[in-house]
Design a protein. Structure first.
Length: 437
C-alpha cells in the first residue's frame, strides 16, 4: 500500500518555505537595492552627529565633559594620545579583534568604523591622538532567553493554527473520497453532505449530480431488462408447448433444447436483477451444505462421478437454499464445460470453518489468460469474442454466481494458469445455526 501524503502538511510546508523565500528576497532586495541609498542619505546626519560629539568632548579632549557625555548617551569614550590616555569606563579596550574600515574625513580628523561580533566602535583620528566612541554592550539578562522562547512558541503556535485551519478547509476532501468509494462499491443512493459554498462545495454538488444520473441510468436499464424478460417468457412458453405437440423428430428436439436454453437465460437474468436490487431479501433457513451439494449432483449430474472432498459439512448454516443450489450448479456446469474429454473430472472441495463456508471447484482444462480473469464475473463477458456456443455459455453464469455470493455477504474468486486448469471459489461468512426439527 502506497504511503498517503497529507495535503494539509504539504500546504503548511509550502507556506513556511514561501515565507522564508520572501524574507530572503526582501532582505536581498533591501540590501542591494535600498541599503546604498539609505547609507548615502544617513551618512551626512551621522557625520554631523559625530562632529557635535567631538566638539562637546573638546580639542584637546576634556575628561569631565567626556564623562558627562558618556553618562548621558550610554557611551564609552576612550582617549589615546602621545602624552596621556583615559577612559570613561576605566579600561581602554583591546581593539585587536575589531575590523576597521575608513569612512569619510571630516576636516581635521578622519573617521573609521569598526566592529566585532558584539560591538560597534567609531574611531576619530587626529594625528597621533585617537578618540573611541563605543555604545554600551546590550544587556543579556533573563528576559532575553524568555523572549526567544516566547517567540519560538508563538511561531509554533501559529504554524499549528495554520495547520488546523488548512485541515478544516480541506475537510470536504475526506467526505468526497469516502463518497466516491461508496459509489464505486455500488451504493449509488449515497450522497455527499457538505455546506461549503466554495470550489469544494461545487465539486461535491457535481459528484452528487453525477451519482443521480448514474442511478437513474442503471435503474432504467434494470427496468428495461425486467420488462423485456417478463414479456419474452409468455411467447417462449407458448412456443415450447407448441413444439412439444409436434411429431418427434431431431429438429423438434433441437427447437425444444433452444427454447429451454432461452428460458434458462431469462430466469438467470431475472434472478441477477432481483439480487442486484438493494431491496431484495434472501429466503434464509438452516441448511446443511453437504445436503445441498448432494441435491445438486443428484438432480443435475446423476451420472458424473465428481471428486468430492468435504470437511465438517454436517454443520448447519443460515443460507438461501434455492440460490445456493443454483450457485453450485453453475460452477459445476462451468467446470465440466471446460474439462476436455478424457481428462480428470473436476475436484469439488467444501469446508466449513469457524468463520464460514468455503466451496471450490477445480477443473483440468486449458486455463484462462490472466488479462481475462478480472472480467469473468462481469455480465455477458466472454473470453471468446466470437461468442461461439461450443466455447462457452452466454456470459451470465459466473456473474450470477458472484451476485449470489455477495448477497450472502461473501465473495467469489477465480484463479487460473494456462495449461493447468482453473479454480473457482466462493466464501460465505455465515454463522452456524441450530439443526431444524
Amino acid at each position: 500500500m502506497k504511503r498517503r501524503h497529507s495535503l494539509s502538511t504539504k500546504l503548511i510546508l509550502l507556506f513556511v518555505v514561501m515565507a522564508v523565500l520572501i524574507a530572503l528576497t526582501m532582505r536581498s532586495g533591501f540590501r542591494y537595492g535600498i541599503q546604498d541609498q539609505l547609507r548615502s542619505l544617513a551618512e551626512p546626519h551621522l557625520l554631523e552627529y559625530i562632529r557635535h560629539l567631538h566638539n562637546e568632548i573638546g580639542d584637546p579632549p576634556d575628561y569631565p565633559s567626556a564623562q558627562a557625555l558618556a553618562e548621558r548617551l550610554s557611551l564609552e569614550i576612550h582617549s589615546q594620545g602621545p602624552q596621556n590616555a583615559w577612559s570613561t569606563s576605566g579600561t581602554i579596550p583591546d581593539l585587536s579583534s575589531f575590523r576597521f574600515h575608513s569612512h569619510k574625513s571630516n576636516g581635521d580628523y578622519s573617521i573609521e568604523v569598526g566592529r566585532d561580533e558584539h560591538r560597534l566602535v567609531i574611531r576619530l583620528s587626529q594625528g597621533e591622538r585617537h578618540i573611541l566612541l563605543i555604545p554600551q554592550r546590550l544587556s543579556h539578562g533573563p528576559q532575553v532567553p524568555l523572549a526567544i522562547l516566547l517567540t519560538i512558541s508563538l511561531v509554533l503556535g501559529l504554524i499549528a493554527l495554520a495547520y488546523y485551519l488548512v485541515k478544516r478547509l480541506f475537510r470536504p476532501i475526506q467526505a468526497i473520497r469516502e463518497g466516491v468509494n461508496r459509489f464505486g462499491s455500488g451504493e449509488l443512493d449515497h450522497r455527499i453532505q457538505t455546506r461549503r459554498r466554495d470550489e469544494l462545495g461545487e465539486l461535491t454538488t457535481s459528484i452528487n449530480i453525477m451519482a443521480d444520473d448514474l442511478q437513474q441510468m442503471l435503474e432504467a436499464k434494470r427496468q428495461l431488462l425486467l420488462a423485456i424478460s417478463h414479456e419474452l417468457r409468455s411467447p417462449l412458453t407458448r412456443a415450447r408447448v407448441n413444439a412439444e405437440l409436434l411429431e418427434p423428430t431431431p429438429g423438434r428436439e433441437k427447437i425444444i433444447a433452444d427454447l429451454k436454453e432461452m428460458e434458462e437465460q431469462l430466469t438467470e437474468l431475472l434472478e441477477t436483477e432481483r439480487l442486484e436490487n438493494r431491496h431484495s431479501k434472501l429466503d434464509l433457513s438452516a441448511n446443511s451444505p453437504s445436503d445441498l451439494i448432494a441435491m445438486v449432483m443428484q438432480q443435475h449430474f446423476p451420472d458424473i462421478p465428481f471428486q468430492l472432498q468435504q470437511e465438517n459439512n454436517d454443520a448447519y448454516l443460515s443460507l438461501d437454499p434455492v440460490r445456493i443450489r443454483l450457485l453450485i450448479k453453475n460452477l459445476l456446469e462451468n467446470a465440466l464445460h471446460h474439462t476436455p474429454e478424457g481428462e480428470e473430472l473436476p475436484i469439488i472441495t467444501s469446508r466449513i470453518y469457524a468463520a464460514g463456508w468455503s466451496f471450490s471447484v477445480r477443473d483440468h482444462g486449458a486455463g484462462i489468460p490472466p488479462e481475462h480473469l478480472p472480467h469473468l464475473t462481469e455480465p455477458f463477458y466472454r473470453v471468446d469474442k466470437a461468442r461461439q456456443r461450443d466455447t462457452g455459455g452466454y456470459g451470465l453464469g459466473l456473474y450470477l454466481c458472484r451476485v449470489i455470493a455477495e448477497a450472502h455477504g461473501g465473495e467469489l474468486r477465480i484463479t487460473s494458469a494456462l495449461g493447468d486448469g482453473s479454480e473457482v471459489t466462493f466464501s460465505l461468512p455465515v454463522a452456524q445455526t441450530q439443526i431444524p426439527d
